[in-house]
Design a protein around this ligand. Structure first.
Ligand code: SF4
Length: 446
């Protein structure tokens, strides 16, 4: 009987042989890399080196395991190539660039992120993660005011008031409700949903809002005002207007009372707060509201991180360089300046002359002017998928996807590190191994 064990991932061979007598391996407690919730209770069946069944994952998670990439090969200038030739071409591009950019990093392991930081240092690159176009502004706010936060375990066991502000977990983190925040039964909330009050604040009635006890439809750009008014209410002030940020005064009073009366509250915030006008100030005000509430009760705040290891990208960059994203090594030491060294700004201003993209698809996700730059400069892509960015790259390396074809460490949205496992064999190395090869190749070119 074939049996594998590891922290967070037990695997046993089913007693049934698979078709053709090949073993059926059932991996238990598998961590899903599909989103920042990193559910760690999946059961994945592997047969003939293919994932054939996924238990407990949501639709997004199951698709990640089942639709694993296949049939891709390294490419140089759009033509299929050997891995060795692609390595030589990729290393040459990075070694000869005057100001290269390394970007992405949110859907790979911490081990690969660490190697990418090292590569950035030796080639004098700017390095940035997708955080700069999602929760980066919230991170700036945290640098200014700190953040009273908690683990998702505490949310599950204690939170009786849950606020979702500018995020839509029903669609972006489908199991967040059931595992951690709304329906989950915990020590102090034994009846799950019945013991919780759920408040959603958003500019439109999302799927998450439809399941809430109270929905505040804030007018676009009105978040800062609403947060400010809630702070005033929590402090016991009366205000003169009938509406604030599009929300009637009576409804704001009701929410202020619910927040103050919580035994344990948590405010999850998303890109509706971080990436709208005044992003860092919005998040700073939300954190200050939570800080004010802590004079009355226990309250915590937490960003709803999207990509599977975007939280890890900030952590790794911070412990390697002192800064969470937008770091530049052109002077031989790390400098930090969002707005100057963020990928969107560097590309938009045409300030980089080569790029290495790791496990991301900026041609699709960055603003058009910035994305267009990636078609003008030599770009090297390391990604399990032959994405639109890979299709315009000068050099493309297929890699084994983290958590499916490669093992490593990832950080959940509450900054709890978890181990993802290798479940199937891929013909290609992991992101970490490819970046290590590029480091060696660059060293030989210099
Ligand atoms: S909620 Fe996220 S981590 Fe959990 S199964 Fe779905 S995609 Fe995977």
């Amino acid at each position: 009987m074939h049996e594998q064990t590891g922290v967070g991932c037990l695997a046993t061979k089913d007693s049934r042989p698979g078709w053709g007598g090949t073993p059926v391996v059932v991996h238990k407690n598998v961590v899903c890399p599909g989103c920042g919730s990193l559910c760690d209770d999946l059961q994945v069946t592997v047969e003939e080196n293919k994932v054939t069944a996924v238990l407990r994952g949501c639709m997004l998670g199951r698709a990640k395991f089942i639709a694993s990439p296949a049939g891709v090969s390294p490419r140089v200038a759009g033509q299929e190539s050997s891995f060795k030739a692609a390595l030589a071409a990729g290393a040459r591009i990075l070694a000869t660039a005057r100001h290269p950019l390394i970007y992405g990093l949110s859907s790979t392991t911490c081990e690969a992120q660490k190697k990418a930081v090292y590569l950035a240092e030796i080639i004098g690159a700017s390095i940035d993660s997708t955080s700069s176009i999602c929760h980066g502004p919230g991170t700036l706010a945290q640098q200014l005011v700190g953040i009273p936060t908690c683990s998702l375990g505490e949310v599950k066991n204690r939170a009786d008031v849950v606020v979702f502000w500018g995020c839509n977990p029903m669609e972006a983190h489908p199991r967040h409700f059931s595992r951690y925040s709304v329906a989950a039964r915990g020590l102090e909330v034994a009846r799950g949903r019945k013991d919780r009050q759920v408040i959603v604040v958003d500019v439109r009635k999302t799927a998450t809002a439809k399941g809430a006890d109270l929905f505040l439809q804030v007018e676009p750009g009105g978040d800062f005002e609403v947060l400010t008014v809630l702070r005033a209410l929590v402090k016991g002030h009366e205000l003169p207007r009938a509406t604030y940020g599009g929300i009637p005064w009576e409804q704001l009073v009701e929410v202020g009372e619910i927040l103050r009366a919580a035994s344990y509250g948590v405010l999850f915030f998303g890109m509706g707060l971080t990436m709208t006008r005044g992003g860092p100030y919005n998040v700073g005000q939300a954190i200050d509201l939570v800080r004010d509430l802590n004079r009355h009760t226990k309250f915590a705040a937490m960003p709803m991180r999207g990509h599977g290891n975007v939280a890890g990208s900030e952590s790794v960059l911070a412990w390697q360089t002192g800064y969470p994203f937008a770091v530049n090594f052109s002077r031989g030491y790390p400098r930090y300046n969002p707005g100057e060294f963020t990928a969107t700004d560097l590309l938009r201003r045409r300030e980089v002359d080569a790029a290495l993209i790791v496990a991301a698809d900026p041609v699709v996700t960055l603003p058009a002017r910035a994305a267009a730059c990636l078609k003008e400069i030599p770009t090297v892509v390391v990604d399990p998928y032959y994405s639109p960015t890979a299709q315009v790259a000068q050099v493309y390396f297929p890699s084994a996807p983290a958590g499916i074809g490669a093992a490593g460490t990832v950080y959940r949205m509450d900054l709890v590190p978890l181990s993802v496992k290798k479940l199937i064999e891929y013909p290609w190395p992991s992101d970490e191994e490819i970046i290590s090869e590029l480091v060696q190749g660059v060293s030989k070119c210099s």
